[in-house]
Design a protein around this ligand. Structure first.
Ligand SMILES: [Zn+2]
Length: 247
């Protein structure tokens, strides 16, 4: 199953990348997926080390064409998205995306001309977007290319020469993102985990505890009440017994 995914991912990345070079177009959806992956599976470790990613690193927020617009999305309710620039409201995120494309295209960070979606091959975007797409053949050339891109990211973002923190993050990046670029299908992406997983686990545990606590108190209360009633009945019985004796 894992091998199937690797194959599909590699093939589709290959297709997408050749498509992108012809149209000089950057996908907002895939850029968002790439950012989500960076935020979930890399940033927790970067923050833990107190490490500053340099602007030369393509994972730096400034190198995401859409970062400014994405930051100006206000999610008020399930069905209400607001534009942070002009305060107009929309029923779904995709309408807000369209609005950004139509009305605020001048605010795109085009000077950098860096498309975060281009890194999708290295960052396993397909694994996150379509983890159920598990067919097609593994393309060893594409897997090798993604691995090279991945390793070049590790080198430029966390240069080993920059001290112990950078060295540790370099190592982490290779394990977390690069090892899975292989057709052997053995390594999975993000083996070190990330933000979402710990949060989900934490939330599930808290919810379970919050549900179990009242139940525990209810049972304890009922037990206590039963005990009281029993002792009262016993007392009454013994009183009746005592009263009954003299007569
Ligand atoms: Zn607007």
């Amino acid at each position: 199953m894992q091998q199937g995914f690797e194959e599909s991912s590699a093939a589709r990345t290959l297709k997408l990348e050749s498509h992108d070079t012809h149209e000089v177009h950057c996908s907002r959806e895939r850029s968002r997926a790439a950012w989500q992956i960076i935020d979930d599976y890399l940033m927790p470790f970067v923050e833990e080390e107190g490490y500053q990613i340099s602007a030369d690193c393509r994972l730096h927020p400034d190198n995401d064409l859409f970062r400014d617009q994405e930051r100006h999305k206000i999610h008020l309710d399930v069905n209400e998205w607001r534009c942070g620039y002009c305060k107009k409201s929309f029923r779904a995120e995709r309408f807000l995306d369209q609005h950004f494309d139509n009305r605020h295209y001048n605010l795109l960070n085009v000077n950098q001309s860096k498309c975060l979606a281009d890194l999708c091959g290295a960052l396993h975007c397909d694994f996150v977007i379509n983890s159920n797409l598990l067919k097609a053949k593994c393309n060893p050339a594409a897997a090798t290319r993604n691995r090279h891109l991945c390793e070049s990211l590790a080198n430029s973002c966390f240069p080993i020469s920059q001290g112990p923190s950078a060295r540790r993050l370099h190592e982490l990046f290779l394990r977390q993102f690069c090892d899975a670029h292989t057709c052997s299908g053995k390594a999975k992406p993000f083996p070190r985990g990330g933000k979402k997983q710990t949060n989900l686990l934490y939330m599930a545990t808290s919810i379970l505890l919050m549900m179990l606590l009242p139940l525990f108190y209810l049972l304890y209360y009922l037990y206590q009440r039963d005990m009281k009633q029993e002792t009262q009945v016993l007392r009454r019985v013994s009183q009746v017994g005592r009263k009954a004796k003299p007569s």
